[in-house]
Design a protein around this ligand. Sequence first.
Ligand code: NIG
Ligand code: FE
Length: 426
Amino acid sequence: MTGQYDVLIKNIGQLLTMDHGDGPIRGEKMAQAPMIEKAALAIKDGKIAWMGKTTEAVSLTADKTIDAEGKLVTPGLVDPHTHLVFGGSREQEMALKQQGVPYLEILKRGGGILSTVKATREATEEQLLEKASFHLDRILSYGVTTMEAKSGYGLEKETELKQLRVVKKLNEQHPIDLVSTFLGAHAIPPEYKENPDAFLQEMLDLLPLIEKEGLAEFVDIFSETGVFTVEQARGYLLKAKEMGFDVKIHADEINPLGGTEMAVEVGARSGEHLVGASDKGIGMLGTSETIAVLLPGTCFYLNKDSYAKAREMIEAGAAVALSTDFNPGSSPTENLQLIMNLAALKMKMTPEEIWNSVTVNAAYAINRGESAGKIAPGRQADIVLWDVPNYHYVPYHYGVNHVNTVWKAGKLVYGKEREDEQVYTS
Ligand code: NIG
Ligand code: FE
């Protein structure tokens, strides 16, 4: 039977729309999670066509009708900071970690990021694509429908372009929408050890080609002890901006160097990590457009005692987002739900703050605020049905995947019970 709609989801316990109106969420709005209780939702031609109370949906018809059995429905999650494309893996570094060798010391010895650079240079484009696609499937299974992906394991022209081309292809092939970031300035390659400025110039010289081929929207740099100084990063990002790119920065991740202030000063779309952000930097975030992308998985995995000061940032008025930082070294996990748990446990963020941080604010951090991160009529239907009774439950019950079903642009793309007849009962 042909219905008015393609899909109708009824008996939703909480439909978290996250629709606060326009713009990133900050201040009092961070404490709110807009929703409709006892809700229903209809999808047509890949878009949200109708939403309201289940009692108002009795006369609606659809090709497929789903009984949500009182469970939670939310927008597809947005992961705004990942290092998706890389060769190899770094499980051999676990023993060094256990012996207490710091992350930056491993890098200094030529391991860490540089060991992944070697493996990525050696891999073919097809191998990188296949591997990244495997990780993407897993990311989707955790409820993410839009995310960012950085290069940065080439540190030379051909491999950086190879990584960016993989992102472009995956964006065309895979249900997840990918936003590409050029992170050529991720470490100083051994061949430029004595001359990082020349290396930065070489990376800047790639930007016209990257622009021409539409290979990246953002430019990012890792400012850290033993990597690039805040002043090197400032000069680099300002030049990238002049060339038409939006910019992001890995700032104050391990050591507090003033990267947070610099991110605001250069008008970065986002400052990322910000573990060592100073009080001044936090104050500046609160009155700026720069989104604070926090990555507690990295602090957890690097066994840090302190985490980014999310409470102070939110109180200062900053728009906070959360991300996995998925990468083979400091945060090997595709699980954004685990990050939501860590945000609650380690940064004392409330469930409402956490949901704002993995939907609306994460979307604005990658310039997708107008298309991703909320459920509203006319918007693309990126929807997750969760096996949980309410939105408080996901940051609470940790270490497992709570996703039941994911729709991307109205299409079923992940379901525990993948057979249509089991997912859909009409
Ligand atoms: O965000 N710090 C720089 N980049 C990543 C780690 C990359 C890696 O270790 O391979 C991060 O932590
Ligand atoms: Fe990162």
